[in-house]
Structure formats: C-alpha cells, structure tokens
Design a protein around this ligand. Structure first.
Ligand SMILES: N[C@@H](CCC(=O)N[C@@H](CS)C(=O)NCC(=O)O)C(=O)O
Length: 289
C-alpha cells in the first residue's frame, strides 16, 4: 500500500489487495452471504442477533428499559454475532439483514416472523410496538425523531471517520485525523448546546433518541471509545457529561451495556442473554470460574 502522499488513484478501482488496518479481513466490495449458516432461535418473542458495540447497545438499552417497565412481550434472546470472524456474512444473518451488520432483530410473536434491521428502525419498531420512549404529541415526537436521525447521519463521521483514522488505520494520516476530529468536536458541541437547554435530547423525558446517541457520544465523553478522551478534550463538554452520567446510572442501561459484550472486565460481559437471571449467573467471570 502507498502512503497518503504518493498515491494516484488508477482509472478503475480493483479489489486486488487487502485494505490494511483493523477489520481488513472482513471488508469486501460485494454484498451477500459467504457461507451457509442458520441462525439459532430461542424461546422468547424477540430474537436479537448482535454484538456489544455502540450500535448493538442501543437495542439492548431499549429492551432492558421495556422489561423494567413491565412489558413481558419484550422478553428476548440475545445471540452473539462475532463480526470479526465474519458471522454477519452467514446465510441466516444475511436473510434478516441484507446489509450484513449488527444489530438485527426478528419479532416472532405474530403469525409470521418480522425482521428489522438498522438500529434506528429497530428502536422505532420497538417504541411503536410497546408505545414507549417515543412521544405521541406531534412536536415532541418530531424533536425525538430529529435527534434519532441526527445520530444515524452523524455517527459514521465519529466511527468510520474519526475512530477509523485515529485508532485503526495502518498509517496516521494528519489530514484525515484533523478533518474528522474537527467534525466530531463540532458534533459534541451540537449535543452540548442542546443538553444545556434540555434534560434529555427530546425534552424532559428519556427517549429512543437518547438511547441511540448515548452509546456513541456518551461513550466518547466517558472515555470509552478509541482512547481519544484527552485528544478530543471530552471533559470540556459539561452538559454531555452530565447527560452521559444520568443515563449511565439507570439500572437498565447498566444491564444493556453488558449484553453481547466481549471485551472489558469479565464481570461486565454477558455474551448471550436468554433470561433475566443471566446477568447474575452467566457473566464471563462466573462461566470461567
Ligand atoms: N447504520 C447501522 C450501522 C451498523 C454497523 O455499522 N454495525 C457494525 C458494528 S458496530 C457491523 O456490524 N459491522 C460489520 C461489518 O461492517 O462487516 C445501524 O445503525 O444499525
């Protein structure tokens, strides 16, 4: 691979070499399955196929909140999809998400299964199904959906842009890191100004907008992403930090962060969740002991 300064793109791009960097083994320029593999199905109405990354955590935050509210129909099995090993390209997974990315959900409570992919669509589906965490009054609903879709459009600059070039790319390219650090700091400032005037993103209530944004920007503010807390001076965003702590202290958020998590303290990792009791008995520290 050439370095950043001496590369002239050819007329036609070809896939003839690994792209380099972390995740190079799973990057492909084509869609579709690479192998046959059925997905497991558990006993609960909702089947989640995911991993404890920020995109995956959005959904487990929501499911744990719904259960905490007493919605028994939100009981779920959370199956682990190891994206680093290419499990997202198995035929069963591609059938429920043609885009081959976690999270994906199947609702088996009705006469025929319903698949939902894209974390924002999953959050809206669950909010509408259970009538929770999405305001019904038109103005507050508009505010909630605005921040929900803000996250969908903004986080790729944080993850695919800043995170990729700061932490994962095989070379440190100043131009790329500068460009995306600038944008991510601007995004943090957008959130900080909103959270200076409002307790939660959509107003006085905790909603799916917070659940979508918190794993990314709350995680960034708390120093959980890319080892970039000092570089981005995240402590300066006081309102984002206040909101990140507020959500982080919710019992359902604490549980949601543990599901399908495969790194960090063994006691914080619940690789698969099939029962509410699993949080006490099936974390990695207990399984290994
Ligand atoms: N826009 C999607 C993004 C999902 C996404 O990027 N998932 C990543 C993990 S955080 C993934 O599955 N990557 C696997 C791959 O790209 O092959 C969503 O919000 O659901």
């Amino acid at each position: 691979m050439s370095d950043s300064t001496d590369y002239t793109p050819p007329k036609v791009w070809t896939w003839n070499k690994p792209s380099g960097g972390r995740f190079a083994n799973i990057n492909r320029p084509i869609a579709g399955p690479t192998h046959d593999k059925d997905l497991p199905v558990g006993r609960h109405p909702l089947q989640l196929y995911s991993l404890g990354t920020p995109n995956g955590v959005k959904v487990t935050l929501m499911l744990e909140e719904l259960l905490a509210l007493g919605h028994k129909g939100a009981e779920y099995d959370a199956w682990l999809i190891r994206i680093g090993e290419g499990a997202q390209f198995g035929s069963g997974f591609v059938a429920i998400n043609p885009n081959s990315k976690i999270p994906a959900l199947v609702d088996r409570s009705g006469s025929s299964p319903i698949r939902v992919f894209e974390s924002g669509a999953i959050l809206m589906y669950l909010a509408e199904k259970f009538g929770a965490f999405l305001p019904t009054e038109i103005g507050r609903r508009a505010e909630c959906l605005s921040w929900l879709f803000w996250q969908m459009g903004s986080a790729p600059y944080l993850g695919g842009g800043f995170g990729h070039f700061y932490a994962y790319a095989p070379a440190k390219i100043e131009y790329a890191i500068d460009r995306f650090a600038m944008e991510v700091k601007r995004q943090l400032d957008v959130l900080d100004r909103r959270l200076a005037e409002s307790e939660y993103l959509a107003g006085r209530d905790y909603t799916i907008a917070d659940m979508a944004v918190w794993p990314w920007y709350g995680g960034l503010a708390k120093g959980w992403l890319y080892g970039a807390a000092e570089f981005l001076q995240v402590q300066d965003y006081k309102n984002v930090n206040r909101w990140a702590d507020l959500i982080g202290s919710r019992p359902a958020a604490k549980r949601g962060r543990m599901v399908n998590r495969v790194s960090g303290e063994p006691s914080s990792q619940l690789h698969e969740r099939h029962d509410a009791g699993d949080f006490n008995s099936k974390t990695q520290d207990k399984l290994v002991a």
